[in-house]
Design a protein around this ligand. Structure first.
Ligand SMILES: Cc1ncc(COP(=O)(O)O)c(C=O)c1O
Length: 454
């Protein structure tokens, strides 16, 4: 019998996070203060984040020790399993070998607790008692609610309106772990009220919810802000995924030709890919594929430019691929991928040609998700299903070319709270929302006049 699962002992939970900044061929450009146009310093960020996270945000050290208290909580679900997708390979009729790292075994059902636990830990140690955040699909909000519960912190979640309506049980989960939750745009912040005054039926977006959470944190001394993706320290915390996967691929006697992940803000992709990218930068042959929705094609059709991370223009200016900070993506079911920007670290690596991106329509993605669920058994989150589809497309292309490839993808979460989206798909009601060129041009007008990237 060929092996299916590759498991590691708890003692193999990584002791350090890997910081790709130390090895990048071209450094990331600085994040700028929108008022002065100068690089932001630790003091600018101090109202929002604890100093230790700010230190990680700007660190050039290749490895950063994971505190014992964080590793101890990681033992609740880490190391996560790595699977060889024998049944999916057969269902797809491919000659390629497909492996996946499964992050859906965490209590919240995705990779998000890897950073939520670390962020709650540093906030607690810094003396903060409350954290405000946004959530798209609800995965991040539930991960942070759990982390705050474990460290005895209060948690306030601004949940993008469309997901709030589509996923009532994510809301319940967030409340079960003791957090307070409100639909965004909300009446509770200036940013939310301004949007509602203009469009009372706004479906919300991650950009809007970020504005609300940042405003909440900036106006209260006891409250820090926490982001579930995009920032350097968030991507850093996710690198436990790739480090474990390297050890598990070794157990399987294999090494990937292609590493695949879905991208919303870039954190699960980075978590799996960056430890492998370290090997590529050191000279090893391998490819990377970032998969995004055609309705929010940040990497494939956005510009690499300075832009705000949020709609209300409260954040610093970030060098990244962007569709413009006031872009409100269509209400697709992969709520966690509806973000106008992208992690600056990943954006730089795409710009440098180390990572390739592709965009898929949601009906194709759901077809691949259903093929996967019917063969591997796991019902994937709509976000993660973009990676499944990317892996399948890669395998199909290899078959056409008559080659066999080893493909590794990140199954970033399960879809148990996303069954309404599957219902819509089975009812034939899922629509593909292609973006016209003029929509992109209109969205990008939002960044005219901002500083240019070098
Ligand atoms: C299961 C899952 N995968 C992926 C993402 C996308 O985020 P990121 O690109 O930061 O991994 C989300 C975001 O909510 C998610 O819930």
């Amino acid at each position: 019998m060929e092996r299916t699962k590759f498991l590691l002992d708890e003692s193999a939970i990584p002791e350090r996070w890997y910081n790709i900044r130390a090895d990048m061929p071209n450094p990331m450009q600085p994040v700028l203060h929108p008022g002065t146009g100068e690089p932001v310093g630790p003091d600018d960020l101090a109202p929002l984040f604890p100093m230790e996270l700010i230190g990680q945000e700007v660190s050039d050290e290749a490895e950063i020790a994971i505190p014992d208290e964080v590793r101890e909580i990681y033992t609740m679900w880490r190391p996560t399993p790595l699977y060889r997708a024998h049944r999916f390979e057969r269902a797809a009729g491919t000659r390629s070998r497909i492996f996946y790292k499964y992050e859906g075994v965490s209590p919240a059902g995705s990779h998000k607790p890897n950073t939520a636990i670390a962020q709650a830990f540093y906030n607690k140690r810094d003396g903060r008692t409350r954290i405000a955040t946004e959530t798209g699909a609800g995965q991040w909000g539930s991960a942070l609610a759990l982390a705050c519960k474990l460290f005895g912190l209060e948690c306030k979640v601004y949940m993008v309106r469309v997901s709030y309506d589509q996923k009532p049980f994510r809301r319940s989960l967030i409340q079960t772990w003791g957090a307070t939750i409100v639909a965004s745009p909300s009446e509770e912040t200036n940013a939310g009220r301004a949007i509602l005054a203009e469009s009372p039926d706004s479906p919300g977006s991650l950009g809007i919810a970020i504005s609300e959470a940042v405003e909440d944190a900036a106006t209260r001394d006891d409250t820090a802000y926490s982001l579930g993706s995009v920032l350097n320290h968030v991507l850093l915390h996710q690198t436990v995924i790739g480090q474990e996967a390297i050890a598990q691929m070794e157990q399987a006697g294999a090494f990937p030709d292609v590493v695949v992940g879905c991208v919303g803000g870039g954190s699960n992709f980075a978590g799996l890919a960056f430890p492998f990218l370290r090997e590529k930068i050191a000279g090893r042959e391998l490819e990377f594929l970032a998969c995004e929705p055609a309705a929010c094609p940040t990497l494939t059709r956005g510009l690499f430019a300075y832009d705000f991370g949020d709609t209300g223009k409260l954040t610093p200016l970030v060098p990244m691929h962007t569709l413009g900070h006031d872009f409100v993506p269509a209400a697709i079911h992969a709520g966690g991928l509806r973000y106008h920007g992208m992690a600056p670290l990943l954006s730089q690596l795409v710009r440098d040609g180390l990572v390739r991106a592709d965009a898929y329509s949601q009906t194709d993605v759901f077809a691949s998700a259903v093929l996967f669920a019917g063969s591997e058994g796991i019902v994937p989150a709509p976000e993660s299903s973009h990676a499944i589809h990317g892996a399948l497309e890669t395998a199909r292309k290899a078959d056409e070319e008559g080659v066999e490839r080893t493909i590794l993808f990140n199954l970033s979460g399960h879809g148990h709270f996303d069954m309404a989206a599957y219902d819509t798909y089975f009812a034939g009601k899922l629509v593909d929302l292609a973006l016209a060129e003029e929509d992109i041009e209109r969205a990008l007008r939002a960044i005219e006049g901002l500083p240019s990237v070098a």
